[in-house]
Ligand binder design. Structure first.
Ligand SMILES: [Zn+2]
Ligand SMILES: [Zn+2]
Length: 334
């Protein structure tokens, strides 16, 4: 058991508050520090490990072993589309269930490092009156078919030469560079879509489904309204414009599908054995679910810092947010 008091404190409500503030890694620090960036790139946890490398592993298995041939996907047919849907459902279901069962059913580390001391449960605001049932429903009934549609169209475009195909043998450097850029593109795209769906009209009719989860768990990650799924997964359309390979597209796809799990884990750290615990990176987005109009992005680009919406987890950031809200309320009344 790892002692969480070495990494943070509990507030009056019993919620875990990490000592380490929300940050972005060194990629956009100025003046630039190449050695620090290189170390961060390969450290654990860092840019590549564990998460981005894991998502790439999933993408490689899917592309090399679980995707029909290009000649098959060159024309639309129910058979191969159904295979892709079942494969996506199985991987999403298996991956999300693993984290849910480990941390929310078997309680492998209890509430150690859990931001919200309470466990998600029943509430009338959820579909079927229960957070997990609600989340599983929106992920599998809406998320899986919509990502499958994006993938099917993308594969068909590649197979028919309608989108620019990047060859590994002719452009190995750009092939690898693009793979490394994909998570950063994803982050920028997510920020833009996320700001859009926080416009009050879209928030009420679309994004509110995701924000039912004020105490998120893994399944909350892509528990979204179908219109949000359509917009969120549209990051894959970059592969219709920028020369790339289907492996890049499938990496984008599995990044979109799996990266929300640590972001909605509800835990600041996952324990590794009896004495180590590593960052999930989920604190920034947990604060978004708690305070709504902060931390629209999270990851390596300091977008929220640039646009004044960063909540770094400190008491000062909370009191600044409260003053901003009171000022806005006064302005509304007058
Ligand atoms: Zn979220
Ligand atoms: Zn939001």
């Amino acid at each position: 058991m790892v002692d969480e008091t070495a990494f943070g404190t509990r507030d009056a409500k019993g919620d875990f508050v990490p000592d380490q503030r929300v940050g972005y890694g060194p990629l956009f620090d100025w003046p630039t520090k190449p050695v620090t960036i290189a170390k961060w790139f390969v450290s654990f946890p860092g840019y590549l490990f564990p998460w981005n490398a894991l998502y790439f592993g999933f993408a490689a298995v899917v592309w090399f072993l679980l995707t029909p041939s290009m000649s098959t996907v060159a024309s639309f047919a129910p058979g191969w589309i159904a295979i892709i849907l079942v494969r996506n459902l199985a991987i999403i279901g298996g991956y999300y269930s693993y984290f849910h069962f480990r941390y929310y059913v078997r309680h492998r580390q209890g509430t150690r490092f859990k931001f919200n001391e309470r466990w998600p449960g029943d509430s009338g605001r959820f579909t079927f009156g229960n957070q997990t049932r609600d989340n599983v429903f929106w992920v599998l009934a809406s998320g899986a078919p919509i990502i499958t549609a994006w993938e099917v169209v993308g594969l068909w475009l590649f197979a028919n030469g309608h989108v620019p195909w990047l060859s590994w043998t002719r452009s190995p450097v750009w092939f690898v560079a693009l793979m490394l850029i994909i998570p950063i593109w994803r982050e920028f795209h997510f920020y833009c879509v996320h700001r859009l769906i926080h416009i009050p009209f879209l928030y009420r009719s679309v994004h509110a489904i995701h924000h039912r989860n004020t105490n998120p768990g893994p399944w909350s990650g892509i528990s979204m309204h179908p219109i949000e799924h359509l917009l969120y997964f549209s990051a894959m359309a970059i592969h219709w414009i920028v020369p790339s390979h289907p492996l890049h597209m499938i990496y984008s796809q599995y990044h979109l599908l799996l990266a929300p799990v640590p972001g909605h884990s509800g835990f600041d750290r996952y324990e590794l054995g009896k004495s180590r615990a590593f960052h999930t990176g989920g604190y920034a987005h947990y604060l978004h679910h708690k305070y709504f109009e902060v931390n629209y992005a999270d990851g390596v680009i300091p977008l929220d810092r640039w646009f004044g919406t960063l909540h770094d987890g400190s008491a000062k950031a909370t009191s600044n947010l409260r003053s901003k809200r009171s000022a806005a309320a006064v302005a509304d009344v007058s």
